[in-house]
Design a protein. Structure first.
Length: 183
């Protein structure tokens, strides 16, 4: 596995070592010991989530507050998404900054999204399936959403020929300056 740092401290891109054969491919999507050694993070995952979305579905920007903050290991297993992560750590020099990456079944990249970051994605292909491991359980009473289109954030989402498709919950996302930050 190759680990690439990003402009946001602690947000990492993981590129697996893929073994291709004429029958298909094989790669190790997670190995706890290697993950800890190569990222410096000791992540204990307790829940796996799987979503399927049609083109134009935008999910996020989601996070859970302390004491149920979640780290996430995210990857697309079908299709392609533009994945966005934003720093919500109050003491961080990159507070309010975001990073966007294309995750696809083709590139097989994964994003390590540590606790303290909001996360979302826009489906670019006809459909996409995204898997993500989390370090804490889903806790709806601690769930938060920052508005995907908050002008303070200046997120450069890819352009589609129609507006993004949002859930009712995501339509209620708060402005960044109203978001609960991580201390």
């Amino acid at each position: 596995m190759k680990v690439r740092k990003t402009q946001l401290p602690d947000l990492l891109i993981l590129e697996p070592r893929v073994f291709g054969v004429d029958r298909g491919f094989f790669f190790e999507s997670f190995h706890e010991k290697n993950f800890a050694e190569q990222t410096g993070q000791a992540a204990h995952f307790v829940q796996d989530n799987h979503s399927k979305s049609q083109r134009g579905v935008l999910r996020g920007l989601h996070y859970q507050k302390i004491p149920h903050a979640q780290g996430k290991l995210v990857r697309a297993i079908a299709g392609e998404v533009f994945d966005v992560v934003m720093d919500l750590r109050s003491q961080s020099t990159t507070l309010g900054q975001w990073q966007g990456e294309l995750l696809s079944a083709e590139n097989k990249w994964q994003l390590w999204v540590p606790p303290g970051f909001a996360h979302g994605f826009l489906t670019l292909s006809e459909f996409a399936e995204v898997l993500y491991k989390t370090t804490d359980y889903y806790a709806p009473d601690y769930e938060c959403c920052v508005a995907w289109n908050d002008p303070q954030l200046v997120i450069t989402w890819p352009t589609l020929p129609f507006p993004p498709i949002l859930s009712a919950k995501d339509q209620q996302g708060v402005a960044f300056d109203k978001a609960e930050l991580f201390e």
